[in-house]
Ligand binder design. Structure first.
Ligand code: ZN
Length: 102
């Protein structure tokens, strides 16, 4: 995998978009608040045994025993590769800039 994106840029994409907003609003994954916890339908096992951690901005499925960051979620839900998923997140973060300058 080449270095198409700087680690700083990837860090920003993983942390600047609240993961629950990405899940519910951008990706349209079914989600609900249960016992005060945001839960979403796991795209891998289709169960609601999930949670998000606002501190790390990761989502977790307890059944799959996996953590997903924003890029992982886009790759799984949109079935896109890493580069396309990063570009998708960039358009969410910078809706007015098409493409990315340096
Ligand atoms: Zn799962």
């Amino acid at each position: 995998m080449g270095k198409l994106f700087s680690s700083k840029e990837l860090y920003k994409l993983r942390n600047s978009i609240p993961i629950h907003v990405l899940i519910e609003t951008q990706l349209g994954i079914p989600a609900k608040i249960s016992e005060g916890v945001f839960r979403f339908l796991c795209p891998l096992c289709n169960e609601f045994q999930t949670a998000v951690n606002p501190r790390t901005n990761l989502s977790r499925c307890f059944r799959c025993e996996k953590n997903f960051n924003t890029i992982d979620m886009v790759m799984i839900c949109r079935n896109t590769d890493f580069v396309s998923s990063v570009k998708y997140l960039q358009t969410i973060l910078n809706p007015r800039e098409s493409g990315h300058g340096t």
